[in-house]
Design a binder for this molecule. Structure first.
Ligand code: 5AD
Ligand code: SF4
Length: 453
């Protein structure tokens, strides 16, 4: 069995890894570290002592990529000072831009999300004259047997990737191009990884996929032993009642009643669903190729709330998609009110080259209108989040302690099952403990609580 924590060894050459983008990228960086540790490297948090510098990148919006270009400029300074340092750009931007990244002459290695097994070889073969690239996408889950080396600070909460890729092709989204088509991972390897984390003191696992509801494992030998997402959730939940299970991301068109009922059956499956709506306008949803309507979405919300009244519901929203009218925008605000989201990630539409939207629809909402609409969406969500927190005042919650509060070292923080951040007095409790608290006040982002036991 490989180490699940970074090896400390001064004699090893050092790798420095910077991670951008989503939770899956965080977990991929842990896969990368596992592969590099097995080939003799050790992690460093000091870029100056690294012989290999990797940036695990994101392409979801243009500003995510602009940030990385800025970082590449800074890596160039490292290179000017230390001739032999190797700079690698990996992840979604590597997959999207391929050899364009090599034109900068700062980057030595370009490796896409499915090619991390070849990193040791790419590093070995690199010379100043011969940069290395591997951007092949896979049809299979390529990392099922790799034990990620956990880089989190607390040892409480860990990510487990259960599927990769996406077959949905939403018209605005670059992910199918950077991460390829859907493939699910063998459930036995997922359960083994979760059980090993639990044995190592972890108390929460988040099952990750671009679209977890379409998780489907087909046994290669006996085709009748298929495992769907609801069944996988149950398998992981049964490891221990003390192990919390979360998951992300669900697609509104795919989240099944079976998943909702499975959640309700197990107290340790957290009462939280991240259900990106993107827009409240049917015209926009159609153009986005989301394959549901606002009414369908609200029907799913009602179903979730009828089975689990205490379930946290969060979403993603895009402001200013192609052709969005003032009325479309109003429809989004109205849907937000009706769904009463607990929290949301909110973005301005950013055209991504090569996507269906970029080819078919002009990006015609003026930037200042996009910004104004986004600000309105954010202001509304702030109110909804505060109202949601105010409803929780006086209620008690079981919280898993994740760390020490940044503002006050006498306070700890953790999350409720519904994914709300709670801050409360430490009173001798430790990171990784469960405590019961009562919410006594709140902001729009946090519940402030007192200990009950
Ligand atoms: N522009 C803006 N936001 C986007 N997202 C995905 N693609 C784009 C884009 N081109 C948002 C969606 C998605 C989240 C991960 O990022 O809301 O759910
Ligand atoms: Fe960014 Fe999407 Fe790639 Fe994650 S999958 S790194 S969010 S582009």
């Amino acid at each position: 069995m490989s180490d699940i924590r970074p090896i400390k060894d001064d004699r090893r050459p050092k790798v420095y890894i910077e991670t951008y983008g989503c939770q899956m990228n965080v977990n991929d960086s842990e896969v990368i570290l596992s592969i590099l540790q097995d080939s003799g490297y050790a992690l460093t948090e000091d870029i100056e002592e690294a012989s290999v510098i990797l940036a695990n990148t994101c392409s979801i919006r243009d500003n995510a990529e602009q940030r990385i270009w800025g970082r590449i400029e800074q890596f160039r300074l490292q290179k000017n000072r230390r001739e032999n340092v190797i700079i690698g750009i990996v992840g979604c931007m590597a997959e999207r831009l391929k050899d364009k990244l090599l034109d900068s002459r700062t980057v030595d290695i370009v490796a896409g999300p499915d090619s991390y097994r070849s990193l040791p070889e790419l590093i070995r073969n690199v010379t100043p004259e011969t940069p290395q690239m591997n951007v092949l996408l896979s049809q299979e889950e390529t990392y099922a047997d790799i034990t990620p080396v956990r880089m989190d600070k607390n040892g409480v909460s860990a990510y487990i990737t259960i599927m990769r890729g996406c077959n949905n092709v939403c018209s605005y989204c670059v992910v199918p191009y950077t991460r390829g088509t859907e493939r699910s991972r063998d459930p036995e390897t997922i359960v083994r990884e979760a059980a090993e984390l639990f044995d190592n003191g972890y108390r929460e696992v988040s099952l990750l996929g671009q679209n977890v509801d379409s998780y489907l494992w087909k046994d290669p030998v006996t085709a009748d032993r298929n495992v769907n997402f609801a069944q996988l959730l149950e398998m992981v939940a049964r490891i221990s009642p003390e192990l919390r299970v979360r998951f992300s991301t669900s697609h509104p068109k795919d989240i099944s009643d079976e998943v909702i009922y499975t959640m309700a059956m197990y107290d340790n499956i957290c009462r939280h669903i991240h259900l990106p709506v993107q827009s409240g306008s049917n015209a926009m949803l159609e153009k986005m190729r989301r394959k549901y309507t606002a009414e369908w979405y609200l029907g799913r919300v009602r179903k979730i709330r009828s089975v689990m009244p205490d379930c946290g519901l969060t979403t993603d929203i895009i402001a200013g998609f192609c052709g969005e009218t003032e009325q479309d925008h109003r429809d989004t605000l109205a849907l937000m009110e009706e769904a009463a989201f607990d929290a949301a990630f909110m973005f301005q539409y950013s055209e991504r080259p090569g996507t269906l939207a970029a080819r078919k629809y002009p990006d015609d909402v003026p930037p200042e209108v996009k910004t104004a609409r986004l600000n309105e969406i954010i202001a509304l969500q702030n109110r909804l989040s505060r109202e949601s927190n105010e409803k929780d005042l006086g209620k008690t919650f079981k919280v898993l302690i994740e760390g020490v509060s940044k503002r006050n070292s006498d306070e700890l923080f953790g999350r409720t099952s519904s994914n709300k951040v709670c801050v409360f007095p430490a009173a001798g409790h430790n990171i990784g403990d469960y405590v019961t608290v009562e919410a006594v006040s709140c902001t729009s982002a946090t519940l402030i609580a007192k200990l009950i036991q």
